[in-house]
Design a binder for this molecule. Sequence first.
Ligand code: NI
Length: 170
Amino acid sequence: MIYPIVKYGQEVLNKVAAPVTVFDEELEKLVADMFETMYAAHGVGLAAPQIGLSRHFCVIDTTVSEQEKGAKLVLANPVIVAVEGRQVHEEGCLSLPDFRAETPRPLKATVRAQDVHGKEFTVTGEGLLARAFCHETDHLNGKLFIHHLSPLKRESIKRKIRKLTKAGDW
Ligand code: NI
Protein backbone atom coordinates (compact mmCIF):
# COMPACT_ATOMS: atom_id res chain seq x y z
CA MET A 1 0.00 0.00 0.00
CA ILE A 2 1.27 3.44 -0.94
CA TYR A 3 0.70 6.07 1.74
CA PRO A 4 0.28 9.78 1.13
CA ILE A 5 3.38 11.60 2.35
CA VAL A 6 2.93 14.14 5.12
CA LYS A 7 4.27 17.58 4.23
CA TYR A 8 6.10 20.20 6.25
CA GLY A 9 3.66 22.03 8.52
CA GLN A 10 2.05 18.90 9.98
CA GLU A 11 2.67 18.53 13.71
CA VAL A 12 3.67 14.84 13.46
CA LEU A 13 6.91 15.91 11.75
CA ASN A 14 7.93 18.07 14.73
CA LYS A 15 7.57 15.42 17.41
CA VAL A 16 10.04 12.92 18.82
CA ALA A 17 8.56 9.63 17.59
CA ALA A 18 7.63 6.94 20.10
CA PRO A 19 10.08 4.02 20.44
CA VAL A 20 9.32 0.76 18.65
CA THR A 21 8.72 -1.91 21.31
CA VAL A 22 6.77 -4.55 19.41
CA PHE A 23 8.35 -6.32 16.44
CA ASP A 24 5.44 -8.14 14.86
CA GLU A 25 3.73 -8.72 11.53
CA GLU A 26 2.09 -5.33 11.68
CA LEU A 27 5.55 -3.71 11.74
CA GLU A 28 6.72 -5.91 8.84
CA LYS A 29 3.69 -4.85 6.82
CA LEU A 30 4.32 -1.16 7.61
CA VAL A 31 7.97 -1.51 6.60
CA ALA A 32 6.97 -3.11 3.27
CA ASP A 33 4.44 -0.32 2.68
CA MET A 34 7.03 2.32 3.50
CA PHE A 35 9.51 0.88 0.99
CA GLU A 36 6.73 0.85 -1.60
CA THR A 37 5.80 4.46 -0.76
CA MET A 38 9.45 5.56 -0.83
CA TYR A 39 10.19 3.95 -4.21
CA ALA A 40 6.99 5.38 -5.71
CA ALA A 41 8.09 8.85 -4.60
CA HIS A 42 11.67 8.27 -5.87
CA GLY A 43 13.12 8.83 -2.42
CA VAL A 44 16.15 7.22 -0.81
CA GLY A 45 14.75 7.26 2.72
CA LEU A 46 11.44 7.54 4.52
CA ALA A 47 10.66 7.88 8.21
CA ALA A 48 7.40 6.72 9.83
CA PRO A 49 6.29 10.27 10.79
CA GLN A 50 6.26 11.04 7.05
CA ILE A 51 3.32 8.68 6.66
CA GLY A 52 1.70 10.16 9.75
CA LEU A 53 2.95 7.60 12.27
CA SER A 54 4.85 8.89 15.27
CA ARG A 55 6.94 5.74 15.60
CA HIS A 56 10.70 5.46 15.77
CA PHE A 57 11.63 3.67 12.57
CA CYS A 58 12.63 4.44 9.02
CA VAL A 59 13.57 2.75 5.76
CA ILE A 60 16.54 3.59 3.56
CA ASP A 61 17.78 2.51 0.14
CA THR A 62 20.38 4.79 -1.37
CA THR A 63 21.17 2.55 -4.33
CA VAL A 64 20.16 3.84 -7.72
CA SER A 65 21.03 0.95 -10.01
CA GLU A 66 19.29 -2.39 -10.40
CA GLN A 67 22.58 -4.27 -9.86
CA GLU A 68 22.90 -2.94 -6.36
CA LYS A 69 19.50 -4.17 -5.22
CA GLY A 70 19.37 -5.70 -1.79
CA ALA A 71 20.63 -2.64 0.01
CA LYS A 72 17.33 -2.10 1.78
CA LEU A 73 17.84 -0.96 5.34
CA VAL A 74 15.28 -0.86 8.11
CA LEU A 75 16.31 1.11 11.17
CA ALA A 76 14.17 0.80 14.28
CA ASN A 77 15.08 3.04 17.23
CA PRO A 78 18.25 4.25 15.45
CA VAL A 79 20.88 6.24 17.30
CA ILE A 80 23.87 7.88 15.63
CA VAL A 81 26.79 6.68 17.76
CA ALA A 82 29.75 8.13 15.85
CA VAL A 83 30.40 10.68 13.13
CA GLU A 84 33.48 11.68 11.21
CA GLY A 85 34.37 14.44 8.75
CA ARG A 86 32.08 16.79 6.92
CA GLN A 87 30.32 16.97 3.55
CA VAL A 88 28.14 19.66 2.03
CA HIS A 89 25.80 18.58 -0.74
CA GLU A 90 22.36 19.36 -2.00
CA GLU A 91 19.70 17.67 0.09
CA GLY A 92 15.96 17.38 -0.23
CA CYS A 93 13.08 15.73 1.60
CA LEU A 94 9.85 14.10 0.44
CA SER A 95 8.05 16.22 3.06
CA LEU A 96 9.43 19.39 1.44
CA PRO A 97 8.83 18.66 -2.23
CA ASP A 98 10.73 20.85 -4.70
CA PHE A 99 12.93 22.42 -2.04
CA ARG A 100 16.60 21.50 -2.08
CA ALA A 101 19.55 23.14 -0.38
CA GLU A 102 23.25 22.64 0.23
CA THR A 103 23.21 20.98 3.65
CA PRO A 104 26.19 20.18 5.86
CA ARG A 105 26.42 16.63 7.22
CA PRO A 106 29.11 14.32 8.57
CA LEU A 107 31.01 12.44 5.85
CA LYS A 108 30.73 9.19 7.81
CA ALA A 109 28.11 8.15 10.31
CA THR A 110 27.71 5.02 12.40
CA VAL A 111 24.23 4.12 13.50
CA ARG A 112 23.07 1.57 16.04
CA ALA A 113 19.55 0.30 15.48
CA GLN A 114 17.27 -2.72 15.55
CA ASP A 115 16.07 -4.55 12.47
CA VAL A 116 12.45 -5.44 11.72
CA HIS A 117 12.73 -8.43 14.07
CA GLY A 118 14.22 -6.43 16.92
CA LYS A 119 17.77 -7.66 16.43
CA GLU A 120 20.35 -5.01 17.25
CA PHE A 121 23.02 -4.09 14.70
CA THR A 122 25.52 -1.35 13.94
CA VAL A 123 26.26 -0.03 10.48
CA THR A 124 28.59 2.66 9.14
CA GLY A 125 27.77 4.67 6.05
CA GLU A 126 29.75 7.15 4.01
CA GLY A 127 28.66 9.89 1.63
CA LEU A 128 25.01 9.60 0.63
CA LEU A 129 24.37 6.75 3.08
CA ALA A 130 25.78 8.80 6.00
CA ARG A 131 23.57 11.67 4.88
CA ALA A 132 20.52 9.37 4.82
CA PHE A 133 21.28 8.03 8.32
CA CYS A 134 21.45 11.57 9.68
CA HIS A 135 18.43 12.83 7.72
CA GLU A 136 16.14 9.96 8.73
CA THR A 137 17.31 9.90 12.35
CA ASP A 138 16.58 13.63 12.46
CA HIS A 139 13.01 12.97 11.27
CA LEU A 140 12.48 10.58 14.17
CA ASN A 141 13.62 13.33 16.53
CA GLY A 142 11.29 15.91 15.01
CA LYS A 143 13.89 17.65 12.86
CA LEU A 144 14.09 18.40 9.15
CA PHE A 145 17.07 19.22 6.95
CA ILE A 146 16.19 22.91 6.99
CA HIS A 147 17.26 22.96 10.67
CA HIS A 148 20.83 22.63 9.40
CA LEU A 149 20.64 25.64 7.07
CA SER A 150 21.49 29.24 7.84
CA PRO A 151 18.56 31.17 9.42
CA LEU A 152 18.36 33.28 6.26
CA LYS A 153 18.05 30.28 3.94
CA ARG A 154 15.62 28.53 6.29
CA GLU A 155 13.37 31.59 6.53
CA SER A 156 13.37 31.96 2.76
CA ILE A 157 12.11 28.39 2.36
CA LYS A 158 9.50 28.84 5.11
CA ARG A 159 8.28 32.04 3.50
CA LYS A 160 7.83 30.30 0.14
CA ILE A 161 5.92 27.48 1.82
CA ARG A 162 3.65 29.98 3.60
CA LYS A 163 2.87 31.52 0.20
CA LEU A 164 2.16 28.12 -1.33
CA THR A 165 -0.04 27.22 1.65
CA LYS A 166 -2.02 30.46 1.28
CA ALA A 167 -2.52 29.75 -2.40
CA GLY A 168 -3.72 26.24 -1.57
CA ASP A 169 -0.75 24.70 -3.39
CA TRP A 170 0.91 22.95 -0.42
NI1 NI B 1 13.08 13.72 4.77
